[in-house]
Design a binder for this molecule. Structure first.
Ligand code: CFM
Ligand code: HCA
Length: 536
């Protein structure tokens, strides 16, 4: 990989080469190597990244069904975020229409006139109209780039409308697309506003015995449904999932849970920390991607609650489910063993899915995040050493203190330390780097040129990324698995999800068609089963 890295960098102008070099790390697990991340993308380099608005509106708030997510901006911002992320939801038992607004696309549809003279009046009208038609419990107002540029105050408008409407929680998000360097800033902004305006609004005590929240699980392709099925079988009660299949009511009482499980560390670690400081709820990192990881996550919950009956039930569920998963993996491995994978996805999935590939006997030769931070690569131990640059300083950091009445430490310091010693990762995440093999190549915010060179060098058997990469990669003769939308498949989480994944990957690797395809710009002959026969 060092030759590959040199070749890649050689094409860049010196300043760019210097910058990109720091984001490309040949892994040596014995060393504390820094992986430069969460810095601005070099203009023109063709990134996979999206914007801050996408991270806030699409990712964190998008999956909640009974809030109206009103986009203040030109219609395109709302249209292109409309039902593209495959966050599934129950119809919901609340009311005749189930109070499910996910299928709708709400926008203020800003025009030139609003850009010139201001859009606050139009925003007020839109909030009123949405309220009159749907009578929702809550309306979230999302700022797009022009809102920040012209200075519309979405927070003042939201406050005014909340007062006027009386029974509707209206709150705004300063999540303009350019606000941060990626979607990641949008996650942080979403966490802040949910914490400020929603979490803790309902003190009703839960009825169950083992009450948890699952943070950073967005029910893409039904992942959350499968995890809920497993929790139910174990007798674990989920107060709230942030934010797959969620409701405003669930967020409001999430502070009554006794444990926060963090699945996607990148998008939701802020919430876990704020809830710990204000309410005394500890958090643990888990991963429900992979059969073994799922079993491990369940056992962690059992150990945390220190309840023999719960632990026995968890073992029973694992004994019932895991052998089927392992049998399917063993069968699939006949066709997948020894094959090579590459994973370039937003945040956690580039790490989590390496587990599923391991179970298939496959090696991840290269991986990276679009917008992860150094702690997602190197582990939270590096947090104190991360330099806060101007871009990060631009994102509000809430000052949280223990709630004078409701702070209640759910576990003693001693208990948490004991769990930590047992390897439970309490309030910790070790990051992706230590789980990757030596000599694998870590690339943050991969560019188009780097993607092409990596493919040429490694000739991987499968490349995992998103819709923007899909067809380019396929044209180079490599199958691409979308790890964002799951190519309309899934679920891939939990036990049943692992089985689905093994089968889908086995199928993709069992065809030789990709190797036979030639891109139209490559030399081809009449005998090639070429995608573009007319060019022969
Ligand atoms: Fe977390 Fe996600 Fe991901 Fe993410 Fe995303 Fe996503 Fe993703 Mo697309 S919250 S970081 S901002 S696991 S939308 S469900 S698939 S890039 S790897
Ligand atoms: C986003 C959403 C996205 C995009 C996926 C893709 C998703 O980042 O705004 O590029 O294929 O998962 O839907 O990450």
């Amino acid at each position: 990989p060092s030759t590959l890295k040199d070749e890649i960098l050689a094409k860049y102008p010196p300043k760019i080469a210097r910058k990109r070099a720091k984001s490309m790390v040949i892994n040596d697990t014995k060393l504390d190597q820094e992986v430069q991340s969460n810095v601005r993308t070099i203009p023109g380099i063709i990134t996979q990244r999206g914007c801050t608005y996408a991270g806030c509106k699409g990712v964190v708030l998008g999956p909640t069904r009974d809030i109206i997510n009103l986009v203040h901006g030109p219609i395109g911002c709302s249209f292109y975020a409309w039902l593209t992320r495959r966050n599934q939801t129950d119809p919901g038992p609340e009311g005749p229409d189930g109070e499910n607004f996910i299928n709708y696309c709400f926008s203020t549809d800003m025009q030139d006139e609003n850009i010139v003279f201001g859009g606050e009046k139009k925003l007020k009208q839109a909030i009123q109209e949405a309220y009159d038609i749907f009578k929702p419990k809550a309306i979230g107002v999302f700022s797009t780039c022009p809102v920040g540029l012209i200075g519309d105050d979405v927070h003042a408008v939201s406050r005014e409308m909340k007062e006027k409407l009386g029974d509707c929680n209206v709150f705004g998000f300063s999540c303009e697309g350019y606000k941060g360097v990626s979607q990641s800033a949008g996650h942080h902004i979403a966490n802040n506003q949910l914490f400020r305006h929603v979490v803790g609004n309902d003190d009703t005590k839960p009825e169950g015995k083992f009450n948890i929240n699952l943070l950073g699980e967005y029910n893409i392709g039904g992942d959350g449904f499968e995890i809920d099925r497993i929790f139910k079988a174990c007798g674990i009660d989920v107060i709230c999932t942030f934010s797959g299949n969620s409701t405003m009511g669930a967020f409001e009482k999430s502070h009554t849970a006794d444990l926060n499980l963090v699945m996607c560390h990148r998008s939701i670690n802020y919430m876990a920390e704020m809830m710990e400081t204000k309410f005394g709820i500890p958090w643990m990192k888990v991963n429900f991607i992979g059969g073994d990881s799922t079993a491990k996550a369940l056992r962690k919950i059992g150990e945390y609650f220190e309840d023999e009956a719960l632990q026995a039930k968890i073992e029973e569920v694992i004994a019932e489910e895991l052998p089927k998963v392992e049998a399917r993996a063993a069968e699939a491995r006949k066709r997948t063993e020894g094959k090579m994978a590459m994973l370039f996805v937003g945040g956690s999935r580039a790490h989590h899915y390496q587990e599923l590939f391991k179970e298939l006997g496959m090696e991840t030769v290269s991986a990276g995040y679009e917008f992860g931070h150094r702690d997602d690569y190197e582990g939270r131990k590096v947090l104190p050493t991360i330099k806060v640059d101007a871009d990060s300083r631009n994102i509000e950091e809430l000052k949280i203190e223990a709630d004078p009445e409701r702070f209640n430490p759910r576990a003693s310091e001693i208990k948490l330390e004991t769990l930590q010693e047992k390897g439970l990762e309490v309030s910790d995440y070790k990051g992706m780097k230590s789980d990757m093999s030596d000599n694998s190549l870590i690339v943050d915010d991969i560019t188009h040129w780097e993607t092409e060179k990596l493919i040429e060098f490694y000739k991987p058997d499968i490349f995992c990324a998103g819709i923007k990469e899909k067809y380019v990669v396929q044209k180079s003769g490599i199958p691409l698995k979308q790890l964002h939308s799951y190519d309309y498949g899934g679920p891939y989480a939990g036990f049943e999800g692992a089985v689905n994944f093994y089968t889908d990957i086995e199928t993709m690797l069992s065809t030789t068609i990709w190797k036979k395809l030639k891109a139209p710009w490559l030399a081809t002959s009449a005998t090639d089963p070429c995608i573009c026969a007319e060019y022969v």
